[in-house]
Design a protein around this ligand. Sequence first.
Ligand code: C2E
Ligand code: MG
Ligand code: MG
Ligand code: MG
Length: 289
Amino acid sequence: YGNAGGAVMALFAVLLAWGVSRRIEGPEREIAEGIRKGQFIAYYQPVIDISNGNLLGCEALVRWRKADGTIISPAGFIALAEKSGQIYDITRSVMKRGREDLERVYEGRPELKLSFNLIAGHFASFDVINDVSTVFADSRIRMNQLVFEVTEREELPNIARARVVIARLQELGAQVALDDVGTGHGGLSYLLKLGVDQMKIDKMFVDAIGTDRYSTAIIDSLVRLASEMSMDLVAEGVETQEQVEYLRAKGVRAAQGYIFAPPLPAKAYAALAEAMCPLKQRGQASDAA
Ligand code: C2E
Ligand code: MG
Ligand code: MG
Ligand code: MG
């Protein structure tokens, strides 16, 4: 009878493992197929200078475009892709897309920036330096037009290493931004240690403008900190004119949000950039293509 109990337990364990693996492998396999078929594309959300209305550039935001045309947002796959490690392939796809989609319009418009989101894991090895160099070395988008964002939400596993990866990206000419500032565990000393060029104020604080004194006090202190440390500030998730006016009055220069534009398909963003920014120099012959 004892043996039978053991056999039942073993069978139960096998069935449990099978069930779990099926649940994990299904979507993971689908993501792998999506990567192979080039289904991970980027949308581009404009970043606006609210002191004068100029376009400063954009943030590339990944989208999964399924074979039937359905567009899936990052919330639907990023967490799983991080767990499986597929996020690194996806990130490379997004960078390549960024280059292909925007190099024609970014050439001759050196003031325009292009931001990419990275995860904490990217700052634990030097692979990302290779990826960036490989994708952008001979590109008509210059390294100094690139910004790499790291979210404050996730803890960096190795701060000292992250600091070196950030410094390498900066040596290539790129800037590094701390994303979702105010949501993390980070704190001030964290920021100082990382040596980033830019901070992005999380939407949560922008939402609270005019309603919550505590949150607006945080914006005020970020403005002071950014100016002390000569870092750029970008406000995220700006949706109302009241928010724009508050931020402008506080001296925040850059903002992105639905009040200006949602993340746009490549063609729409490229057309916007062409319309908003005069060419600084003549492009190459390939511009005619
Ligand atoms: P994030 O980097 O903080 O990007 C801002 C998010 O806020 C985007 O959501 C954007 O569409 C949304 N947003 C912008 N303005 C507004 C607004 O006015 N109102 C509202 N309600 N939302 C606004 P999205 O595209 O769904 O991306 C969500 C998150 O997924 C990003 O947050 C980022 O953490 C992550 N993500 C996106 N693309 C990538 C990527 O290529 N790689 C990695 N590792 N993460 C990515
Ligand atoms: Mg971001
Ligand atoms: Mg953010
Ligand atoms: Mg953002």
